[in-house]
Design a protein around this ligand. Sequence first.
Ligand SMILES: Cc1cc2nc3c(=O)[nH]c(=O)nc-3n(C[C@H](O)[C@H](O)[C@H](O)COP(=O)(O)OP(=O)(O)OC[C@H]3O[C@@H](n4cnc5c(N)ncnc54)[C@H](O)[C@@H]3O)c2cc1C
Length: 473
Amino acid sequence: MTGRHVLNTQGASVSEAAVREFLSSVQGRVLRPGDEGYEAGRRVWNGMIDRHPSMILYAAGAADVAAAVAFSGKNSLLVAVRSGGHNVAGNAVCDGGLVIDLSRMKKIDVDAGAMTARADAGLVWGEFDNAAHAYGLATTGGLVSSTGIAGLTLGGGIGWLMRKYGLTCDNLLSVNIITAEGRELTASEKENADLFWAIRGGGGNFGIVTSFTYRLHPVRDVLSGAVLYPADSAREILRGYRSRLPAFPDELTTMFLFLTLQPARYLPDHLRGLRAVAVYLCHAGDPQEGLRAVQPLRELSAPLLDTVAVMPYPRFQSMFDANASPGLLNYWKSVYLEALSDACIETITEHAEKMTSPLTQIHLQHMQGAAGRLPEDAMAFSHRSALCCLNIVTKWTDSAESGRHIGWAQTFAEAMGPYAHGVYVNFLGDEGNDRIRSAYNPETYKRLVALKTKYDPSNLFRLNQNIRPAAGG
Ligand SMILES: Cc1cc2nc3c(=O)[nH]c(=O)nc-3n(C[C@H](O)[C@H](O)[C@H](O)COP(=O)(O)OP(=O)(O)OC[C@H]3O[C@@H](n4cnc5c(N)ncnc54)[C@H](O)[C@@H]3O)c2cc1C
């Protein structure tokens, strides 16, 4: 689909007069098929996604977003909302319809005295972290510096500071949001509190957030890094890791990985291409206490490499960037685990041994701490009792091999069925309604449907992990 007609959800063209009126009402640049920049603009992080929107609006501010919402509603356009473009499901771009792209909206104001930051939705975590770090402050954010603050926050926000300071959404104080009616609202504990409850975990279902205000914490340098071990003793090392989890202080957030070591500046030549397991860790507290807390993780076996050191928080925050290049073919499967039984460890290890691509990684992110202590009904984000979040991050480069890699991930995910307790909404691909439901506990899901019916009865915001409004709502 490369024509310049703007197509609505029925496949009919919107009149050029209506399109011209819209174009004259917005400040931001609009791209249509054939325009310079359109091809790059329609790409998202996951190279599996190949869609052709009728228009891409690079919104210049909240007024542009409101105008785009009104235009889309009036002309029955399919709407995709894009901030960082990282979501693996690729819902940030559509076929036909309009992409409302917020990636040019990048203002951030840090109030060091109040320890808060008001951040435009187009920022990515690297930009946010660097701005806050200038004041010795941070909040929980994503592990890769190019992930958007918007999508990550609205789905929850798992990160290196979560066991000490909670998830990203736990640190959200308020948002500025454009509703499906095109109204600009503030949502916080005091204003539109039901909407504020819904957007903290409910994703992009309830409106387009143009800015976020976060609580910040005093975090400047962190004891952090990776300890790599050989994969042939993966079972014993993972069992050793499990046995140490209960003693971890809140300051310590860790992740266990299965991976093939890729060329990196810090990696000696003889380790390149080797199958390994790793513990990545971040201690956000006193470094001396940190050294004591992380020691048991540095001697799970004889390490291949140990990079643990005190470093500026933003530096550790970008340590995964090399493994997250845009444009690779990606297929993810994820579940929460309430426990790591021997049988569960066996299942994970057995499938890890059959990994089909050297770019694939298996992540076991340890949760709990402050992230696990808020009441389950505090906000839409669910499954706070999970011990770990397992993510099968399948990546490859040759599309002719897609079936093999996807097949491996699906077989692995099926085998994890007996141990699964829900899923993190931000790691979902295009996996259907039952999987979306399983991202929430049943009471939360019911309440989300009621709030979707209130705030977006016609389901204008449907390109997301969609919570459908009640029929006739
Ligand atoms: C390399 C990589 C690393 C990741 N690391 C982490 C991690 O450490 N922790 C973690 O929790 N998650 C992580 N994720 C998952 C991430 O949280 C989600 O992919 C998230 O959706 C990305 O947000 P985005 O703004 O970049 O995405 P986009 O693709 O731009 O948006 C995703 C969806 O969010 C909604 N949305 C986006 N912007 C807005 C807005 N302004 N208002 C309303 N709705 C909006 C839309 O429905 C959109 O389809 C990672 C993903 C990748 C690819």
